[in-house]
Ligand binder design. Structure first.
Ligand code: ATP
Length: 358
């Protein structure tokens, strides 16, 4: 059975002003993190993700309740003891001057070294292992300020690993990374968590990536609570709609994505199949159309011909006017320019020759 590394008991997080009045960000948080878990912390801007992370690592005192690290109340631990259990990767770019990558990663050993920071052969071995875990051995001799954002992010993870923590906490580690690097970073964190029996908590804004890759989500909701569960559990329970309600966004539970809601919806019949059908539907929905294979009330009919390399869309309006398009960009632009409700009309658009009339 997995061991619990971090537990919160009736945790209340937030801020107190000078008059001692509390501003509660979230309350009654009873969370458990087991070894090997990778948890993505999600929620809209300003909901309290950073506040929670700071409280979990002992940087900020809770308003009430406790954070237990390996069963010990974090409030009773000395900074050095916390540093042996928890390592942190923050988003902010830290100015490190002329520091080499190796020396930056070596700083991760500070909870274990003596007061002059002398490294033992064991420390050196841990540093090498941390560098190799993030595939940054070749960067060891480089200056940190010369690295790309993505390289620096990997090196910061190596520094956190060199601390040999039980829990690694990362605040928006994907912020500077492109999509392939985000997936790579997520894979790396999962591998480290599983192989080294550590737990990893990361705050993230990329909902799609979190749904696809996290073992566990902690979703902060506007009522000051956290919904914890497998991504699929939260999709099915409707928790995402609750957390990100408003702003004309609708959460499409079928595809696990947010979409812009553009009322009023127009109707179209879309005929075709395969990949072109899927992306045509995507383009039409983006333009405010609801598509069906059959709809007696829809004046607009689009039929897909051709293939992905040579696609062709035939447009029929009130069964009278037909135009052809060779790109979805042209089709959507044309539709946007059409008066609505539609009127039967012959078109004389030079770009799109009518191919036949009925
Ligand atoms: N030092 C502070 N004193 C008082 N209130 C604060 C302080 N820092 C943050 N807050 C408030 O606490 C709430 C939560 O902020 P927090 O930074 O934790 O949100 P977040 O979810 O990390 O946001 P984002 O996704 O935008 O980074 C916000 O309303 C914020 O204004």
């Amino acid at each position: 059975m997995s061991r619990s590394i971090l537990v919160t008991e009736h945790l209340r997080i937030g801020y107190a002003n000078r008059r001692g009045e509390a501003r509660v960000v979230a309350d009654q948080l009873n969370l458990t993190l087991n070894e090997g878990d990778v948890v993505c912390l999600l929620g809209p801007n300003g909901i309290g993700k950073s506040t929670l992370l700071r409280t979990l690592i002992g940087m900020q005192a809770p308003l009430a309740g406790r954070v237990l690290l390996d069963g010990i109340d974090i409030a009773t631990l000395k900074p050095r003891d916390i540093a042996r259990r928890v390592s942190v990767v923050l988003t902010e770019r830290i100015e490190v001057g002329q520091l080499s990558v190796y020396h930056l990663v070596a700083l991760g050993r500070y909870p274990y070294t003596n007061w002059i920071g002398k490294l033992t052969p064991h420390d050196e071995e841990v540093i090498q292992r941390a560098l190799s875990a993030v595939q940054a051995e070749q960067l060891a001799g480089r200056f940190v300020h010369e690295l790309s954002d993505g390289e620096r992010q990997r090196v910061m993870v190596a520094r956190a690993l060199a601390q040999e923590p039980h829990v690694m906490v990362l605040d928006e580690p994907m912020a500077f990374l492109d999509l392939p690097r985000r997936i790579e970073m997520m894979r790396l964190l999962r591998r480290l968590a599983h192989e080294m029996r550590q737990a990893v908590i990361l705050s993230i804004h990329d909902l799609d990536l979190a749904i696809r890759t996290a073992d566990l989500l902690w979703l902060m909701t506007p009522d000051g609570k956290i919904q914890a569960g497998a991504p699929e559990d939260l999709v099915l329970s409707g928790a995402f709609e609750k957390a990100f309600a408003g702003n004309n966004l609708v959460f499409d539970r079928f595809h696990g994505q947010f979409r812009l809601h553009e009322p009023p919806s127009r109707h179209a019949v879309l005929l075709g199949d395969g990949l072109i059908y899927k992306w045509t539907m995507h383009a039409l929905e983006r333009a405010g159309y609801q598509c069906n294979q059959a709809d007696d009330t829809a004046a607009l009919h689009i039929t897909i011909h051709g293939n992905e390399q040579n696609p062709l869309w035939l447009m029929q309006l009130n069964r009278q006017t037909v135009k052809n398009f060779h790109s979805l960009r042209d089709l959507v632009t044309f539709l946007r320019g059409m008066p609505y409700p539609y009127q039967s009309q012959e078109t004389s658009d030079d770009d799109h020759e009518p191919i036949f009339h009925r």
